[in-house]
Design a protein around this ligand. Structure first.
Ligand code: ADP
Ligand code: MG
Length: 507
C-alpha cells in the first residue's frame, strides 16, 4: 500500500483513494441536507476561524486549496490534493482544526482527510509548468482541465505542493526525533546545515553508512526542515531505484525530454541509496548530466549510499570525483550510550518507558543496526501488551528469546569455518591469522563475503573474527568477491554452492 502511494506520488498521480470524493466544487453542489449550512458555507466559516488562528503563510499554503468533503456529527472530512498534504495536515494541523471546528460548529468531531483526484488534477494543472512545456513539445495531451475550482488563487500560491507530489515524507523521520550521538553527530549537523542553506553549505552532501543507521531518516528530516523554512522549495526526493526506473521507461517511451525537465527543474534533488548506480552505465551517464545541470545552477544535491563514493563498484571516475566536491560524511554504528538513548526514545514514542535494566539488555545484544533496535522495542512492548504484564527484564528475555530463535537456526561461524577450510583446504587458524599469502587471503575474502551474507555481524565484527581486520578490509573483500562473481559465472556458482552447503549444514 505504502509502495503504491509512493509510486503514485512519484508519478505525480493522486493516490488511488477509494473513498475519494468529488472535489468540493464551488457553488452549492454539495448542499448537504438543504438544512444547516451547505458544505461550501460550512467550509468558509471554518476557514474564517482557521485564518484567524494561523500565520498567514501557513494558512495559504495548507488550507487555501483544500475543501470540505463531508461534515457529519462526529467527523469533519477534509479533501486535499495529494497524500503529502494529507499527511502533513494530519500531523501538524489536526488539533488546530479540531479546535476550530468546535468553535465553528460546536461539539467535538474527529478530523479526517481524504485525497481528492480532482484537486490533484487541478494542482497539477496549475503547478507543473515544466511538465506542461514538456507535454507541449512532445505533443501529448495536456492534463485534464482543473476542476471548476474552489476559489481561484488570488496570488500565485505557494509552490509547496508543486512537485512535492514528488516528495513522500515519513512523518516519523524528523530532526527532532533523531537521536544524536558520537556516531552520527557530524552527519546530523551537516544535514541541518544543508537544510539551512541549500545549494550553499555543502553541495553535494553525500551521506554514507551501512544499512539501518539512519541515512533515510536524516535525508527526510532535511526535506522536512527545508519545507518548514520555505514551503515553496521545489524538492524531489526519491530512491535511486526510482531514478533508474524512470530513466529506463523514459528511454523506452522516447520521453527523455520530459524526464530531463522533471529532474533538472528542482531546487533540491535528494537521491537515497545512490550506490544502486553501480553497474548501470547509461543511468550513470544520465545522472552525471543531471548532476551537472543542477550543480551549475546552484541547486542542492543530496545523496546517500551504503559506501563512500570510491567504493561504489564501477562508478565512473567523474561521478566519484563530483560526489566528493561537497561534503562526504559517514554515519557510523551507534555506541552503547547512543543505543540506550535510542531505545528510550523509541519506547517513549510508543507510549511506554523501558526500564533501564531492559534497555541495557537490548543495547548490549543489538549493536549494529538501529532498525533492529527499534524492532526489539516494538516486540517487547507488544509482548507486554499481549501478556498484560509490565515490561520487566524477565519479560524482555522471554520476548528476546523469541527474537533470537531466528538466529539460532541460522548458520553459525563454526559452520562457515568448517566448510571454508574443507573447500579450500586451509586451517581455520590460518583463516583467522594475520597471514597474507594468497593461499590464505583469498579463502579469507570468500569467508568474509559469506559471513556478511549469512550472519548479522557488522563489517567490523567480521573483520575482528578474521584476524583482527578493520571494516574497510572486509568491505574490500566483499566487493572483490562480488566483482569476481559478476564477471565469472562459474565462480559465482561455486560460491553459491559453498554458501548453500554452509546454510544447509545446519539441518
Ligand atoms: P538507513 O536508511 O541508513 O538504512 P533508516 O534511516 O531507514 O536507515 O533508519 C532505520 C530506522 O532506524 C528508522 O526507523 C529510523 O527512524 C531509525 N533511526 C536510525 N537512526 C536513528 C537515530 N539516530 N535516532 C532515532 N531513530 C533512528
Ligand atoms: Mg535507507
Amino acid at each position: 500500500m505504502k509502495e503504491a502511494l509512493r509510486k503514485a506520488e512519484l508519478e505525480g498521480t493522486a493516490a488511488p483513494e477509494p473513498a475519494a470524493l468529488p472535489a468540493g466544487e464551488a457553488g452549492d453542489v454539495h448542499a448537504a441536507n438543504a438544512s444547516p449550512p451547505s458544505l461550501p458555507q460550512a467550509w468558509s466559516r471554518l476557514l474564517g476561524v482557521l485564518r484567524g488562528a494561523l500565520p498567514r503563510e501557513q494558512f495559504e499554503t495548507w488550507f487555501r486549496r483544500a475543501t470540505l468533503a463531508e461534515l457529519r456529527e462526529d467527523v469533519v472530512l477534509i479533501a486535499v490534493q495529494n497524500t503529502f498534504a494529507r499527511d502533513w495536515l494530519a500531523s501538524y494541523y489536526r488539533d488546530v482544526i479540531a479546535l476550530a471546528a468546535r468553535e465553528t460548529f460546536g461539539g467535538d468531531r474527529r478530523i479526517e482527510f481524504v485525497v481528492s483526484p480532482e484537486l490533484a488534477a487541478a494542482a497539477r494543472a496549475q503547478f507543473s509548468a515544466a511538465d506542461e512545456e514538456a507535454r507541449a513539445v512532445s505533443g501529448t495531451p495536456a492534463a485534464p482541465a482543473p476542476a471548476p475550482a474552489l476559489e481561484p488563487p488570488r496570488d500565485p500560491p505557494a509552490r509547496a505542493l508543486s512537485p512535492s507530489s514528488d516528495v513522500v515524507l515519513n512523518q516519523s523521520y524528523r530532526f527532532d526525533n533523531f537521536v544524536v550521538g558520537p556516531c552520527n553527530r557530524f552527519a546530523h549537523a551537516a544535514a541541518v546545515g544543508v537544510s539551512e542553506a541549500p545549494g550553499k553549505a555543502y553541495n553535494p552532501f553525500f551521506l554514507h553508512g551501512s544499512v539501518g543507521l539512519g541515512k533515510t531518516h536524516l535525508l527526510q528530516s532535511l526535506c522536512y526542515a527545508l519545507l518548514e523554512r520555505d514551503p515553496s522549495t521545489n524538492i524531489l526526493f526519491l530512491s535511486c531505484e526510482t531514478f533508474v526506473n524512470h530513466f529506463i521507461s523514459a528511454l523506452e517511451n522516447g520521453d527523455l525530454h520530459k524526464f530531463r525537465s522533471k529532474y533538472r527543474n528542482v531546487d533540491v534533488l535528494v537521491v537515497d541509496d545512490i550506490h544502486i548506480l553501480a553497474n548501470k552505465e547509461r543511468t550513470q551517464e544520465e545522472f552525471f548530466h543531471t548532476f551537472n545541470a543542477l550543480h551549475s545552477a546552484g541547486k542542492q544535491i543530496v545523496l546517500s549510499s551504503d559506501s563512500p563514493p570510491k567504493d561504489i563498484p564501477t562508478l565512473q571516475g567523474r561521478l566519484v570525483s563530483r560526489f566528493k566536491w561537497g561534503l562526504v560524511t559517514e554515519i557510523e554504528t551507534p555506541c552503547y550510550e547512543t543505543r540506550m538513548a535510542i531505545l528510550k526514545r523509541k519506547s517513549r514514542e510508543r507510549g511506554s518507558e523501558l526500564p533501564d535494566e531492559v534497555a541495557r539488555l537490548l543495547a548490549e545484544r543489538i549493536d549494529t543496526n538501529i532498525r533492529e533496535l527499534e524492532g526489539s522495542v516494538t516486540k517487547i512492548l507488544g509482548y507486554a501488551a499481549l501478556a498484560r504484564a509490565p515490561v520487566s527484564p524477565e519479560l524482555a528475555r522471554e520476548a528476546l528469546r523469541e527474537l533470537f530463535t531466528v538466529r539460532h537456526g541460522a548458520p553459525s561461524l563454526d559452520d562457515l569455518m568448517r566448510e571454508l577450510s574443507a573447500h579450500f583446504n586451509v586451517k581455520p587458524a590460518d583463516l583467522q591469522s594475520r597471514r597474507r599469502t594468497n593461499a590464505v587471503a583469498y579463502p579469507r575474502q570468500v569467508g568474509m563475503y559469506i559471513a556478511r551474507r549469512i550472519t548479522r555481524m557488522s563489517l567490523d565484527e567480521i573483520g575482528g573474527f578474521f584476524g583482527g581486520r578493520d571494516h574497510s578490509t572486509v568491505l574490500y573483500a566483499i566487493q572483490k568477491i562480488e566483482n569476481l562473481a559478476r564477471e565469472d559465472a562459474e565462480f559465482a556458482a561455486q560460491i553459491r554452492q559453498l554458501e548453500q552447503r554452509i546454510r544447509s549444514g545446519q539441518g
